[in-house]
Design a protein around this ligand. Structure first.
Ligand code: SR1
Ligand code: MG
Length: 398
């Protein structure tokens, strides 16, 4: 029996014994459906029903040598459960978690689009920004010390320490893109001088990235998703779900908000340089979504702060303003680091792969890196949606 057949047989048994989705005599089928970098994702179905099984191996996907703690699976289960309490219906329903097998059995959302796949087809989703801002406020702001019981929060932050996954982000996002090492970084050959000047030898930028890295490692502010890009979002014509929170830990909330901005911005910039005028609607929608998501988050924050923040010292309007300024500047900074690492680092985005014209690839890379750099260096002045879109527009010269 091959390794996979053995695993698939065990997963089928796990589903049969621990869910009540399928009738007793159902003939179950199993197929691998995931294409991520880390885990194995299976769909188990009969003719009428289906579930998803996420299996976290103790080695990174398709590697027999790179070990990765399976604690990520336990954390993912914990996060999905808590996020569903904080923002009901905004994550897949979990049917069962097996700590013995490092598996989560959850709702199959294949009737939704993965946002990344929709973006590849230039689809637009007008409700995305509103759904995202609501979700981000509910799961991020409500897990800070401003809202949550301080003892519960400290215990949760301790429980969610995610050593292996944080190590990956600390290295891939905050170190490797700034190290002149051909094995780690890949970009268009004609951009060598640009990358050397703007990243490897840019001491001013490296200092700011070091500050953001230090904050990522030490600011136990919110229960963050940790990898919130368009591949972690399911979307339909009127609904939305966030999934795959295995990089989750207690970190700065601007990291998540910034990651979403980066993901949408990269799709926008690539599409602009593709120069396909039939996609004007799509481009406009992406830019509007970035602005709207930020501005809507700010509206929710202003409307709900007093209701949610009841402790004496934090229930103070100057502190309220100070705290929002910090969220926004962190968001800008982490949007910048994410854009840079997705352009030159090992974990690339899909968007650049579809551009055929090499001159254009080089131009797009420079544009994304410039936006990233500007967001990081000017982050203290970035406060509202328009500040983000102005920086993006300044750099996109098409
Ligand atoms: C080895 S994991 C590489 C990247 O994929 C994930 O989606 C995260 O973004 C990570 O940085
Ligand atoms: Mg992932």
């Amino acid at each position: 029996m091959s390794k996979n057949i053995e695993l698939e047989t065990k997963l089928l048994q796990l589903v049969e014994e621990n869910t009540s989705i399928f009738p007793k005599d159902a003939k179950l089928e199993i197929s691998e459906v995931g294409d991520g970098n880390v885990n194995y994702i299976y769909r188990v179905n009969d003719e009428d029903h289906s579930v998803i099984v996420k299996f976290a191996n103790s080695f990174i996907r398709d590697s027999d040598t790179r070990e990765l703690s399976t604690k990520r699976n336990e954390i993912e289960y914990e996060i999905l459960t808590r996020q569903n309490q904080l923002s009901p219906g905004s994550v897949p329903v979990v049917y069962h978690y097996s700590s013995d097998m490092n598996c989560i059995i959850m709702e199959d959302l294949s009737s939704f689009d993965v946002l990344r796949e929709g973006l590849k087809e230039y689809k637009t989703y007008p409700h995305l920004a509103k759904k995202l801002s609501r979700f981000l406020y509910d799961v991020l702001f409500k897990t800070t010390d401003l809202v949550m019981d301080e003892e519960e929060k400290k215990n949760l932050a301790g429980h969610l320490v995610n050593v292996d996954m944080c190590e990956i982000s600390e290295r891939l996002v905050f170190t490797e893109p700034y190290l002149n090492n051909q094995k780690l970084n890949r970009y268009h050959a004609s951009n060598e001088d640009f990358v050397t000047k703007e990243l490897y030898k840019n001491d001013k930028l490296k200092l700011e990235v070091a500050k953001l890295k230090n904050q990522f490692m030490n600011n136990t502010e919110s229960m963050i998703h940790g990898d919130l890009h368009s591949g972690s979002i399911f979307i339909s014509h009127d609904d939305f779900k966030v999934f795959d929170p295995e990089f989750s830990f207690y970190g700065p909330m601007g990291y998540d908000i910034g990651n979403v901005i980066a993901s949408l911005t990269i799709s926008y910039v690539v599409s602009k340089y593709e120069n396909k005028s039939e996609h004007e609607n799509y481009q406009e929608w992406l830019l509007d979504s970035i602005k709207e998501m930020i501005d809507e988050f700010i509206v929710i924050y202003h409307n709900e702060y007093e209701k949610d923040v009841t402790t004496y010292m934090f229930n103070n309007s100057d502190f309220k303003d100070y705290y929002l300024e910090k969220i926004m500047s962190d968001t800008a900074g982490y949007a910048g680091t994410e854009m840079i690492r997705r352009t030159v680092g090992v974990a690339k985005v899909w968007d650049l792969d579809r551009v055929q014209d090499h001159e254009k690839i080089a131009e797009i890379e420079r544009s994304i890196l410039s936006i990233g750099k500007d967001l990081i260096l000017n982050r203290d002045k970035i406060q509202v949606g328009n500040d983000f879109t102005s920086i993006i527009n300044e750099s996109v010269q098409v």
